[in-house]
Design a protein. Structure first.
Lengths: 520, 98
């Protein structure tokens, strides 16, 4: 053990990059850092419910291995990855050996994958301790994490509000200092929208730039794994750990992206053209969201960026196209959960005991309402007689959205919008109104339809409710580096204004629990 | 485009292998009618001359060498199965005559 000269509370608030530096300098050990996070989880996760499984034993063993290698020195210590010993949480849609994977569903309760996702293999190769698996809307279907079969995750800024979704667990874990880093998946905004409403950074990489092998598929042509962090630089570091070609994913891009960490360290937006998307702000967006968005534009302009306005008229059809394509692909992808090869099997209470009836009973008991809605909707959109009007039309809209992006990127290097139309809403508010829930993703969905990368970073707090607002940056496919360049500059300008990270203004969950205990 | 009704939902639920109670069919039909109504503008958005996009960044000719890679043992493949017998997945009767 090193002499503990950093308090646990300080330790958990370091960025991943700062923690990695301290680990390399020997100021703190990986075991101390991992234990500090496990203690934090024990102290606050009863309230937040970000984790579905805690992987303490394995995480500490990996941390101890890193410490031993560092202590021994030599070539092996030199070869350690920069993030070696920095803990991470993994969304429970991503399969892991040695821990259960539930996808937030009863149908996979207690299931253990016999293989690791490619991104998990890469975390292991970098020797990053995996703290556990995070909560999500069932099969990543939702925008609030209320559709989890294991209870909702709560927003660390206000425990009565949603943390976004589907990756509310990963975003809340990072926002509540229960993990410095997390992995998410983004099909229509499931990394970026939780990032926006929890004051964290989330990135949906270019489609195909991070392997989807081992991410339980919702909509295969839209799904993408990406980083969930507290700083833009941390996202760049994590993106480089998990990214790169994977022969096991046939949609994996063969060529690597430009250096993302270097991009995050560029430090200038001088001369860059930043395009405001006319259709993605204004009407339908909360006033406080609009105000913080305008502040961000002013800062970027002062820093030398050229602000232009672009129009993407077909984005008005994007939400509709998404809610045809996504359920269509999901209805097919989820057909494999049938009580035969893995997971739950429920026998019908009466009547003949045939496999078809077992499947019907299993899927009735194992799937929640939102999953059933999307499977039925997708089955409908794909059925004979409706296919051309629904699925076929939606695929044409996808072409139109791509053309809008092409035209926009001819005028601007990076596009900018609010990430979500509102700040975090109260738990339960939209649970019985699927359409209202779907509207949360109106600004994030176009990027998934077109395959382009998007980053959400904290833009400040809304005037009317004091809750975090997200700013979304979008770049052309394979140009993820531009997001990190602009994102890091905007982040540093905003933090200078706030006098520190936005999360420093979040309520102290641990202190709050102490007060509650004392009051009792 | 036709609206979605309760009978449609019952038929689709059978196709999708999801048993649904009468109450669930009623509720689902109402919710899906609203959703289908909201997405129908999609069919008017694009003309016949617009090609469909099935994949955002299409790759062609993604092949690998025809060699045996990693494979699971029978034990691994069956490790999550609800029921198995003699290295095989075991299910109830496939035909009606059980």
């Amino acid at each position: 053990m090193t002499e503990q000269n950093i308090s646990a509370d300080t330790l958990i608030r370091l960025s991943a990059a700062q923690l990695a530096e301290k680990l390399r300098a020997g100021e703190v050990t990986a075991v101390e850092a991992t234990q500090a996070y496990l203690d934090r989880i024990a102290a606050v996760d009863g309230k937040v419910n970000a984790f579905l499984h805690i992987n303490a034993e394995e995480a500490l063993a990996v941390a101890a291995e890193v410490d031993a290698i560092r202590a021994a020195g030599g070539a092996e210590a030199e070869a350690l990855h920069f993030l070696a010993g920095v803990p991470i949480a993994v969304k429970d849609l991503i399969v892991t050996i040695g821990q259960p994977t539930t996808a937030g569903s009863k149908i996979l309760e207690g299931w253990h994958s016999p293989y690791d996702a490619t991104v998990v293999e890469r975390l292991r190769a970098a020797k990053m301790p995996i703290l556990g698996k995070t909560n999500l809307d069932e099969f990543a279907m939702g925008s609030s994490t209320e559709h989890s079969a294991y209870g909702p995750t709560r927003n660390p800024w206000d425990l009565d509000r949603i943390p976004g979704g589907s990756g509310g667990g990963s975003a809340a874990a990072v926002a509540a200092f229960e993990a410095p880093l997390a992995l998410g998946t983004d099909t229509g905004g499931s990394i970026r929208q939780p990032g926006a409403v929890t004051g964290t950074v989330g990135v949906k990489p270019t489609y195909g730039s991070v392997s989807r092998y081992g991410a339980i598929a919702m909509a295969s042509s839209l799904d993408q794994i990406g980083p969930v962090t507290r700083t833009v630089l941390d996202s760049a570091l994590l993106h480089q750990v998990i990214g790169g070609h994977d022969p096991r994913d046939s949609t994996s891009l063969p060529d690597p992206l430009a250096d993302l960490v270097a991009a995050a360290k560029t430090g200038s937006v001088e001369g860059l053209r930043i395009g405001i998307i006319k259709e993605l702000h204004g009407e339908g967006y909360q006033a406080g969201v609009e105000n913080r968005f305008n502040d961000a534009l002013a800062l970027l302009k002062d820093a030398g960026a050229e602000i232009v306005e672009v129009s993407c008229p077909n984005f008005q059809y994007a939400l509709g196209a998404y809610y045809l394509i996504m359920p269509s692909e999901a209805s097919s992808n989820l057909a494999k959960f049938d009580g035969v090869r893995y997971g739950l099997r429920v026998l019908p209470e009466e009547g003949p005991m045939t496999i078809e009836r077992v499947m019907g009973a299993t899927r009735a008991a194992g799937f929640g309402d939102e999953v059933k809605r999307r499977i039925i909707l997708g089955t409908y959109a794909l059925s004979a007689g409706y296919y051309d009007a629904y699925y076929g039309s939606a695929q044409k809209v996808r072409t139109l959205v791509q053309r809008d992006f092409e035209a926009a990127f001819a005028q601007a290097d990076v596009l900018i919008s609010p990430t979500a139309p509102t700040t975090a809403f109260p738990l339960g508010e939209k649970l019985d109104d699927p359409l209202a829930m779907y509207l949360n993703d109106v600004a994030t969905i176009p990027a998934n339809l077109a395959g382009v990368p998007g980053l959400s970073l904290p833009g400040g707090l809304a005037d009317e409710d004091g809750l975090p607002v997200g700013i979304q940056l979008l770049a052309p496919a394979r140009e993820d580096a531009r997001l990190y360049r602009v994102g890091a500059v905007l982040e540093s300008l905003l933090e200078a204004k706030w006098g520190g990270p936005l999360l420093a203004q979040a309520p102290d969950l641990a202190a709050e629990s102490l007060e509650t205990q004392e009051a009792k | 485009m036709a609206a979605i009704n309760r009978d449609d939902v019952a038929h689709l639920a059978r196709l999708a292998h999801i048993e649904m109670s009468a109450e669930e069919l009623d509720r689902m039909a109402g919710e899906l009618a609203v959703i289908v109504d909201s997405v129908k503008s999609v069919s008017e958005a694009a003309g016949d001359d617009v090609p469909a996009t099935s994949h955002p960044i299409p790759l062609t000719n993604v092949f690998r060498e025809d060699v045996v890679g990693h494979t699971f043992t029978a034990e691994q493949a069956l490790s999550g199965a609800p029921d198995s017998d003699e290295n095989r997945f075991k299910v109830p009767a496939i035909l009606d005559e059980a």
